[in-house]
Design a protein around this ligand. Structure first.
Ligand code: ZN
Length: 302
């Protein structure tokens, strides 16, 4: 499949029951074959990193609203956030709410904000737990988390909710940068071993507004973010399937994380966008995994 057509690719995924529409853009169910590929790819990542001795955690798809507030998420990405609202009223307000819903009228203003938000980045839940002094040599954590971004789109790789296999490294600047560079190569090697035409590039986050353009330019200039890209929807604008981020002291100072030398800890994270990688495999090798190249099949179904 070297022809790039967003609608045809989406229709192909649906026709082969790889994804199941649910009536909202950027959200869909996943079929058994899709999940099998996703779990096997995630298994390869685990296998690659088994000697790294990462601590393994699982978090729910919600985080404390205070975490989002403390990391300044609403300054940088207000357009992507998803906060959870619920009903706090009494009998009378409940009747009014019911009437509004049944009359087809807006009812959002009858809800109030809760203490939780949908988690927008796979690594966010873990930082508050690092507060204090990390051991010599730092820490390494891995997680597979669902994340939320409010960017509805008919384009299948742009999802509102998806899974990221994430690793987070805490330590001195030298420790975390060396670790990130090692993984950049590892990620590229893993994807090319599956027959994906992957390449890496310097990248920036989708910061909001005019001020965001300046932040993005600074991020690129300092080479704080790298992405691994594979063409899925277009040859000219390949899709980011992994990202590698050096946060410097951002989370260390926010959550008071220190290295044994007394300095503020540095952090870096990397994430594999699991659904995007699965879609890159279907785009590159076709919708039927039985017909994929032998090397890719042997890697995923040894
Ligand atoms: Zn992260």
């Amino acid at each position: 499949m070297t022809e790039y057509d967003t609608d045809k690719f989406y229709e192909g995924l649906v026709k082969h029951r790889l994804i199941i529409p649910v009536g909202v853009q950027g959200a869909f169910g996943r079929g058994a074959v899709f999940e099998d590929v996703l779990e096997r790819f995630n298994g390869l990542v685990s296998q690659l990193s088994k000697d790294d001795r990462a601590e393994v955690y699982t978090f729910p798809p919600i985080i404390s609203r205070s975490v989002l507030e403390r990391v300044n998420y609403l300054d940088s990405f207000p357009h992507l956030c998803g906060a959870v609202y619920s009903f706090f009223g009494k009998e009378l307000q409940a009747l009014a709410l019911s009437k509004r819903v049944h009359d087809g009228e807006p009812w959002g203003d009858m809800l109030g904000i809760t203490d939780v938000v949908l988690n927008p980045a796979a690594c966010y839940p873990v930082y508050p737990s690092f507060t204090g002094v990390v051991p010599k040599g730092g820490r390494l954590v891995t997680m597979l988390n669902w994340v939320y971004r409010h960017e509805p789109s008919p384009e299948p790789t742009r999802m509102q909710s998806f899974r990221v296999r994430e690793f987070v490294r805490v330590g001195t600047p030298a420790e975390v940068v060396e670790w990130r560079d090692m993984w950049l190569q590892r990620g590229l090697d893993l994807l090319t071993s599956l027959g994906l035409p992957a390449r890496s590039d310097v990248a920036s986050d989708p910061f909001f507004g005019r001020g965001g353009k300046i932040l993005a330019a600074g991020q690129k200039e300092q080479k704080l973010k790298f992405e691994v890209l594979v063409p899925v929807i277009s040859a000219e604008n390949p899709t980011a399937v992994c990202s590698f981020n050096f946060h410097q002291e951002h989370f260390g100072s926010t959550f008071d994380i220190r290295t044994p030398d007394g300095n503020v800890a540095n952090t870096a994270c990397l994430g594999f966008g699991l659904e995007r990688i699965v879609m890159a495999l279907f785009k590159t090798h076709g919708f039927d995994p039985e017909l994929w190249p032998k090397e890719a099949r042997q890697r995923l179904w040894p």
